[in-house]
Ligand binder design. Structure first.
Ligand code: SF4
Ligand code: SF4
Length: 254
């Protein structure tokens, strides 16, 4: 079973909840912990694993052979991410825009494009004295795409009966990558208008993607409308939260 802990808004205590869940279940079930918050991984500060493996996360980036290239511009046409440009007689590759989709390599009529590996982050694997397997990823400074690092973290996970995933904050593609195969998603929020707004955004993401699990079960498709996330009750407005007004005002101001 995979349980993802997400939040929408950052700073709500998502990592505290996910690490506490792991610590409270250690010894009762074999579990792995994945820190998919690759832009600021910090779960290791709470769980204190001993890392035994550290390796770079590589992505393929096109390299154009100027001898073979005829400057036909076909690769520029097929790149959906504007990672290639033809300036006069020169071909330019912008590695940080490249999504490593491989389309340009396939489309080049001269076989002038090869792919070279580029390191964008680090994958670490370790374990805790309690037996929990701990895996995290860290995106290198200046790299814009966390999703390949998150995918590597998830690929490295052993098939333990329980996997706890600490998700990145926000409601963007990196969160979708982290939660996409989860059986359950715990959403952590805070009693402020910001927390309420971002919680609603995350509920929207879950409804749209069909997470959790439904698209993986019994061949059901997320478009079938049979989605557990759609049955989530709407969150209460922060004005209706049970905290006394003084605390509410303080946390809202904070
Ligand atoms: S498609 Fe190939 S030959 Fe054409 S411009 Fe791109 S690299 Fe050069
Ligand atoms: S691999 Fe895909 S994203 Fe990267 S330059 Fe080629 S077409 Fe563009």
């Amino acid at each position: 079973m995979k349980i993802a802990v997400a939040s929408g808004k950052g700073g709500t205590g998502k990592t505290m909840v996910s690490t506490s869940l792991a610590a409270s279940l250690s010894g009762q079930i074999t579990l792995s912990f994945l820190d998919c918050d690759v832009e600021a991984p910090n779960a290791h500060l709470f769980l204190k694993p001993k890392f035994t493996v550290e390796e770079p996360v590589m992505v393929p980036i096109p390299e154009i052979d100027p001898e073979r290239c005829t400057r036909c511009g076909r690769c520029v046409e097929v790149c959906e991410y504007n990672a290639l440009a033809k300036i006069g007689d020169r071909m330019l590759v912008f590695p940080q825009l490249c999504h490593s989709c491989g389309s340009c390599t396939l489309a080049c009529p001269e076989a002038a494009i090869s792919e070279v590996g580029k390191s964008i982050g680090t994958l670490r694997v370790g374990s805790m004295s309690s037996g929990i397997t701990f895996i995290n990823g860290e995106l290198s400074i200046g790299e814009p795409m966390p999703t390949p690092v998150i995918r590597e973290v998830k690929k490295a996970a052993p098939k333990t009966p329980l996997i706890i995933i600490d998700c990145p904050p926000g409601a963007s593609c990196s969160v979708v990558t982290a939660i996409h195969d989860a059986d359950y998603v715990i959403l952590v929020t805070e009693p402020t208008p910001f927390g309420w707004h971002d919680l609603n955004q995350m509920l929207g993401v879950l409804k749209e993607t069909g997470t959790p699990r439904d698209r993986n079960q019994s061949g059901r498709d997320w478009k079938s409308g049979d989605r557990r996330a759609t049955r989530c009750p709407p969150p209460p407005h922060p004005d209706a939260n049970p905290l006394p007004g003084r605390h509410r005002r303080q946390s809202g101001a904070g």
